[in-house]
Every structure is written in C-alpha cells, then in structure tokens.
Write a protein that binds this ligand. Structure first.
Ligand code: MN
Length: 236
C-alpha cells in the first residue's frame, strides 16, 4: 500500500498510524502510569527564578544570583538526578526524597535537601519585599512570639548565629511557629516541621556583596526582600 492510499476502513495510512498511536497509548496507559510519574520527576528540575537575575539589586547583586542560582543550586539539582537511579526513590517528589533519606543522611539527602531549600529561598524573596507581614500570618507570628519585633529578633539571631554554613528558618510544627537554624543541608522537612520562610546563610549567598557581614545581609533580607505573601501562603 503506498503512502496516502485509502485503506479499507477509509482512512489513509497517515491517519491510521496516528489513530493507532493514540489508541496504543490509551491501552497501555495503566501500565505506563508509574513510568509517567517517574518522568514527572520534572518536579526535580530547577524551576526558573521568579524574577530577573538583577531584580534584587542592590540588596543582592546580579553577580551573586548568577553564581548562586546558576552554579550552586544548579549543581545540587544535577547531583540529585545523578544519584537517584538505583536509590529506590525514582519517581518520588523532591520533598519525598528529602524525607525518605533524612534519617541516614548521605549524598542524596544533602543534594535533595539543598535543592529543596534553595527552591524555597528564591520564592521567599521579591523585589521591593520586606517590611511587615499582615493578616493571618501576623496573627500567627504574634501568637507564637509575642509580636513581629520579637520574631524578627529571634529569626535574625538564629540566622546570624548559625555557626558555619546553613539556613535560618520560620517553620510550623505541631500548630505552632518556631524559629530554627540548620547546618549545611539540614531542613525542617527532615524533622517533621513545615518550612514557611528561609534565609540562606552559606557564605556563597552573601560574600560577594557583604563579605563577612552576614548580619547586614540578613537585616537587608528581612527589611527589603521577604515575600510575605509567599510566606503567608505556606501557612495554608
Ligand atoms: Mn545557597
């Protein structure tokens, strides 16, 4: 049968192949479903930054974001994809991988947690952010800390006081908000808490712009960058 010649069904060959392909996918769908979930590990991909590389200037320079997002975060994401095959966690979401590897730690945990922490960190900032939270979030902060100023003081102290590389957090655990700090890749997700706000206090986050002045970076983060709408949305 030559290309384009009518088939007995009245379909030409091209149409038949197209329909056969669609039917095939339909028939095989139940079997393929776990595979398509694994491919949906697109959730492991590095999401685009929610703003331009220079959008947080002058608080965080384009140069810092270019290295931080384009090299540091990108490397953690690439490492997760490299380490995932054979781990038994193929097809899981980033959050599931972090939780599943938290108890024993190791390379996959470190890279998955760093991928998660960074993805959250980018969303916790916006150009022209900072200032005061409002609404339900402010009420929750006041209920847990006594007020915004007390919360801010605790958050800054935990973040600036974290010895070496790590993260400063506002998280919810057992219905209460807590300020936490974590070392290296560690994350509240690994400890049954829900992260709401995070600041990266690894030196790569601020050294090009602030050198050793971590406190100035955290102050500027709080007053000029925090995306309180995102933090409030995390509260649920
Ligand atoms: Mn970082």
């Amino acid at each position: 049968m030559s290309e384009g010649e009518a088939m007995p069904t009245g379909l030409n060959r091209r149409e038949f192949l197209t329909l056969a392909g669609v039917a095939g996918v339909g028939l095989l769908a139940p079997t393929l479903f776990p595979l398509s979930e694994a491919l949906a590990a697109s959730s492991l991909d590095q999401a685009p930054l929610p703003y331009a590389l220079n959008a947080l200037e002058p608080v965080i320079s384009e140069r810092t974001l270019a290295f931080h997002y384009g090299k540091h975060h990108a490397a953690y994401v690439a490492n997760v994809k490299k380490m995932l095959p054979g781990s038994g966690l193929e097809g899981k979401s980033l959050e599931e991988i972090v939780k599943a590897t938290a108890a024993k730690g190791g390379g996959l945990f470190n890279n998955a947690a760093q991928s998660f922490n960074h993805a959250l960190y980018w969303k916790c900032m916006k150009p022209g952010g900072g200032g005061l939270p409002s609404g339900k979030l402010l009420e929750a902060i006041t209920a847990s800390f006594g007020g915004y100023d007390a919360f801010r003081k605790a958050f800054v102290a935990a973040s600036v006081g974290q010895f070496g590389s790590g993260w400063g957090w506002l998280a919810r655990k057992d219905g209460k908000l807590e300020v936490l700090s974590s070392a290296n890749a560690d994350t509240p997700l690994a400890h049954g808490a829900t992260p709401l706000l995070v600041v990266d206090v690894w030196e790569h986050a601020y050294y090009l712009d602030y050198q050793n002045r971590r406190a100035d970076y955290v102050d500027a983060f709080m007053d000029k960058l925090v995306n309180w709408d995102f933090v409030a949305a995390n509260l649920g």
